[in-house]
Design a protein around this ligand. Structure first.
Ligand code: PRX
Length: 636
């Protein structure tokens, strides 16, 4: 399964295009199937209908856990580094993790969860989060992890959309010097969630929480009543494994659905090849440290499923890179002798700002591979990472992918693919990218740019959006018929290398978090006194993109009131979505640039937010061109 040379990469790529079924069948055979598949792939991008390993039966946790017990039972599977460096962490071997997953799965069963039920998980970055995820998979329940920074309203929306029966949470969580209530937020959410019958509460901060009789139970108490014997439930390759909500350019976040067989094969294959992860039995396994939260796809695929499917040692970090000081990430690398570090450009840029002092006394010699994910990495950050963290001896893999793709699609293979700063470089085997123009016409050749689409399915591709298949078709498969549309712009240079230039739709990427402008506008519009708003992104030194909001208030506030009103708007957005969606800048305006048909010309607003007011292009189709001068004059 592991490619070791550039020639092997080229051969694998060629085979994956010429005979994709044979290519993936050979890889999938390395896993443990209860029953083999009868057809490797059935697909069309029209409905869309995509099925991998048709008729195959398996359980992903047997592949991530049971399969390793005989050979790696005593090897660390999961290392947990707590928020506070003074607190003792946890190391779980494969045997221990297996036992804990089985026990948690029995707790779920005891609380009425059966195959096919949806379970919401809203937890801190603690081992119990990974255990809860795997426990669901063990019994065929579909997990929907909600990032711990989302609001009660966001949790409620997600629970209701997926009709979850149970939620697993904790009293609170620690993030740096902050203590955050989780159960309290869940209680608020559940006021509007009739499908939830049970709440399982883990203690982390041991803050006083409300515990409702008949609904809420303590995880620790429940675990006392179960054994560690829990056979895995047999799943069809195309049974749902999980739902993960993500933002798009319109409406509420949608539930991206991934299924058991294809997702397992794809995350394991990409994990092993991109990071060149090798763990010979009986030797210390390299430590893989992915700094994402399990609440996002990166955590699902490259903290939990991909590494465990490969028998790796995966590190889970509860804290933040800047607490107790800006050397914390390097302390974690030093302490656990991390071999692979996979993080986001935002984290790198924010740590760059602290200079080299926090790095200088740290032993980073264990590092072998550095990864980047979530947003374009600028050249300056790439070089800083390369020079000061990798000491110019660790390949950097700039991995491009999305919640919908399940795993990495375009990336160097560490140490094998020649890298170029800010380029995701080449497609992985099985991935067939194509650039198209506005009309969907293919842009061939090199030294070109266009909209990035993929023309053939890979095993980790999205299958549907939960409860609304038509939305999946519309969003990804209707813009350019016959193609999966990524929403990203991309250039292909003279060498055929791909560089992702950012979203071409109304989706923002703020500190690697994906946020729809429409969602933020809806939240702002919920503030009393707001008539209308328009939100755009603008370049931000650390976050990549910042959020710029133009707001029409029913009374134009004077300077004093304006400041207060802005703060009220921020509080409203936090309450409706969560703090990650708070605008960085709010400008009050008396009108928005609209066409005669009432459409907001965002192009103009984007230019003003970027500070590029010199040439705003054609404004003659505007209903009221004067409004542009006013907005320009008041730009922040
Ligand atoms: O715009 C691309 C950007 O993040 C988007 C996907 O966001 P999400 O579904 O939250 O998944 C993030 C983690 C996989 C993409 O459409 N993106 C992700 N990775 C890169 C990137 N942009 C440039 N370079 C990357 N390496």
């Amino acid at each position: 399964m592991r490619i070791q040379t550039y020639d092997q990469y080229q051969a694998a790529y060629q085979k994956s295009v010429e005979d994709p079924e044979a290519f993936w069948a050979e890889i999938a055979q390395e896993f443990q199937w209860r029953k083999p598949w009868t057809k490797t792939l059935q697909w069309n991008f029209e409905e869309p209908s995509i099925k991998w390993f048709v008729g195959g039966k398996l359980n992903i946790t047997e592949n991530c856990l049971d399969r390793h017990l005989a050979t790696r039972g005593d090897q660390p599977a999961l290392i947990w580094e707590p928020n506070d460096p003074a607190e003792t962490g946890v190391t779980l071997t494969y045997r221990m993790l297996h036992e804990q997953v089985c026990r948690m799965a029995n707790v779920l069963k005891r609380n009425g969860v059966v195959k096919g039920d949806r379970v919401c998980i809203y937890m801190p970055m603690v081992p119990e989060l990974a255990i809860a995820v795997l426990a669901c998979a063990r019994i065929g329940a579909i997990h929907s992890v909600v990032f711990g920074g989302f609001s009660a309203q966001s949790i409620a929306d997600r629970i209701n959309d997926a009709q979850c029966k149970l939620i697993i949470t904790a009293d609170g969580s620690y993030r740096g010097n902050k203590e955050i209530s989780l159960k309290g937020t869940v209680d608020d959410a559940l006021i509007g969630c009739p499908t939830v019958e049970r709440v399982i509460v883990m203690t982390r901060t041991r803050t006083p929480v409300a515990m409702l009789k008949g609904r809420d139970v303590w995880m620790e108490q429940e675990l006392k009543h179960v054994t560690s014997d829990c056979p895995a439930v047999e799943m069809d390759a195309e049974d749902m494994l999980f739902i993960l909500y993500t933002s798009g350019s319109t409406g509420k976040p949608k539930g991206v659905v991934h299924t058991c067989g294809g997702y397992m094969v794809y995350t394991a294959y990409t994990f092993q090849n991109v990071f060149q992860y090798e763990a010979p039995v009986g030797e210390r396994a390299p430590v893989h440290f992915c700094t994402a939260d399990i609440g996002w796809i990166t955590g699902h695929s490259y903290i939990v499923y991909g590494p465990l499917a490969c028998g790796a040692t995966t590190l889970l970090f509860e804290g933040v890179p800047t607490w107790p000081d800006a050397g914390r990430m390097w302390d974690v690398v030093d302490k656990h002798q991390v071999n692979v570090l996979y993080t986001a450009p935002t984290a790198i840029r924010s740590l760059m700002g602290f200079g080299l002092d926090p790095v200088k006394d740290k032993d980073l010699s264990s590092l072998k591979v550095l990864g980047s994910v979530g947003e374009p990495i600028n050249e300056e950050a790439w070089h800083w990472y390369d020079d000061n963290i990798g000491k110019n001896r660790c390949p950097i893999v700039d991995t491009w992918w999305q919640t919908e793709t399940g795993g990495i699609l375009i990336s160097p293979l560490a140490g094998i693919t020649h890298t170029k700063p800010s380029y995701a470089t080449l497609p992985l085997p099985g991935v067939q990218p194509i650039l198209v123009d506005e009309n969907g016409k293919e842009i061939e050749g090199n030294g070109v740019s266009g909209n990035l689409c993929i023309k053939f399915p890979w095993p980790g591709i999205i299958r549907t959006t939960y409860g609304d298949h038509e939305r999946c078709r519309q969003t990804y498969f209707a813009t350019y018929p016959g193609l999966y549309f990524t929403g990203d712009g991309c250039l292909r240079d003279e060498d055929g290398y791909y560089r992702i230039t950012g979203r071409v739709d109304d989706v923002l990427n703020v500190s690697g978090h994906r946020i729809g402008t429409a969602e933020v506008e809806n939240a702002i519009n919920m503030h009393t006194g707001v008539v209308e708003s328009a939100v755009v992104g603008y370049p931000h030194d650390i976050k990549g993109q910042g959020i710029y909001a133009y707001v029409i208030a029913d009374q134009f506030p004077d300077d004093h009131d304006a400041d207060l009103t802005k703060r009220d708007i921020l509080a409203t957005v936090s309450r409706v979505i969560g703090p990650i969606a708070k605008p960085d800048k709010i400008q009050f305006v008396s009108g928005l640039p609209k066409t005669r048909s009432g459409k907001i010309m965002r192009r103009i607003l984007r230019k003003i937010a970027e500070g590029d007011t010199g040439n705003l292009g054609d404004t003659s189709t505007l209903l009221d061109p004067a409004v542009v001068d006013e907005i320009k004059a008041g730009a922040l």
